[in-house]
Structures are given as C-alpha cells and as structure tokens.
Design a protein around this ligand. Structure first.
Ligand SMILES: O=C(O)CCC(=O)C(=O)O
Ligand SMILES: [Fe+2]
Length: 198
C-alpha cells in the first residue's frame, strides 16, 4: 500500500472562535529523524532581526523562508528561497492531509530552551480573512501556547516530533499563539508553518 493512500486524518480540537486540528504523525516515506537531519543540514539558517515598537531586535531563533512570493513578517520583508525537493515532498503530504494548497513555508529552528517565539497572530492581510496555516514539528517537543485575545483563555498543546497542527477559520483573528522559553534544558526543534499568500 502506498503511504499516501491513507494519510491519516486530522482530529479536531474543540476551541471557540476558530478551528484547530491535530495529526499526531504526518505520513512520509522518510523517518522523522531523517527529515530533521536533512532540514537541519540543507537549510541556510539565518538569525533575523525584527523591529518592535521602533526598536530592532535579533529573533531568539533561526529561520528560513521558502515560497513563490515575498512576504512581510513583523516589519521584515523576506525574499523567499526556492523550494527544495524535500520541502516539495513534505508540502505535498501536508496538502493531502489538509485538503489545502500552500505556496510558502516558514522554517523556524529552536536551538535550545532559550529560543522562543513571542505571542502573535498570523494575520497579515496577504494571508486573507481566515488564514489557513499548517504547522509541522520535528525534534524536541515544545509547548504551543494559544491565548484568547478577549477572555484570555489559554490552551497548551505539546507539539511532538512529526505532528501536524492545522489552524484555520477565525483563529488568527481571536487568538494569539507562541512558544515560551523553558527553564529546563531542551534539545533542538524544527517547525515548518505552511501558508497560502495571495
Ligand atoms: O514553532 C511553532 O510551533 C510556532 C511557529 C509560528 O507560530 C509561526 O511561525 O508563525
Ligand atoms: Fe504563528
């Protein structure tokens, strides 16, 4: 049987004001360890800076942007890298599971427990009114935090090696999300967020 005949199904996570679904393991012909090692080695990782309230900061993580179109992220104009064979293969599997097309992917590398991502919404206008974002994780499990903008309700989701989280509907409008630093030592994690940019 071809792996892609039965890609597994996303399980909905009940949440107000948005849609969230999780697949524990994205089916791919490569092992999670091979995907992790190849992405780590092939990617031209960069330490980007962002402007927050007029002040420039280095991001506490490494990143790389691939895709068909350029994109503005936290005041940063990112020219995309061309798709690699591995990223195209991963994208095809993600698209099959999600039933959605994606034309770009942001790779984030959290080197250890001191790397993080501040609470934010992926609500740039070019992502559309109801952005569909597929978030794929490899390596060390980190806790993905979602907080409702109005009532401050908080959800904590451990994102494990090989898991795929799909965010859609009104989620970006009503919630912020991020990855906190940890006080306990942690190994490396890679995250890929597939997006569709109009
Ligand atoms: O690393 C993660 O799980 C979150 C990544 C994220 O929110 C983003 O790239 O916008
Ligand atoms: Fe995000």
């Amino acid at each position: 049987m071809d792996l892609f005949d039965n890609p597994g199904t996303l399980a909905a996570i009940p949440i107000e004001d948005g849609a969230l679904a999780l697949l524990a393991q994205l089916p791919l012909p490569l092992s999670n360890a091979d995907v992790f090692a190849q992405l780590l080695a092939q990617t031209p990782w960069r330490e980007e800076s962002v402007v927050v309230y007029g002040k420039r900061h280095l991001q506490p993580r490494l990143s790389a942007w691939y895709g068909d179109a350029s994109y503005t992220y936290s005041g940063l104009r990112l020219a995309p890298l061309p798709w690699t064979a591995l990223l195209l293969e991963i994208r095809a599997a993600v698209e099959t599971v999600c039933g959605q097309r994606f034309n770009s992917v942001l790779l984030n590398r959290y080197r250890n427990e001191r790397d993080s991502m501040g609470m934010h919404s992926d609500d740039e206008p070019e992502l559309g009114a109801e952005p569909v974002i597929a978030s794929l994780s490899y390596g060390t499990t980190r806790t993905f935090i979602l907080r409702h903008k109005r009532n401050k309700q908080t959800l904590r989701l451990p994102l494990e090696d090989g898991s795929l989280l799909l965010m859609s509907g009104q989620l970006q409008r009503h919630w912020v999300h991020g990855i906190n630093k940890s006080t306990r030592p942690l190994g490396e994690r890679l995250n890929l967020t597939f997006r569709y940019i109009a």
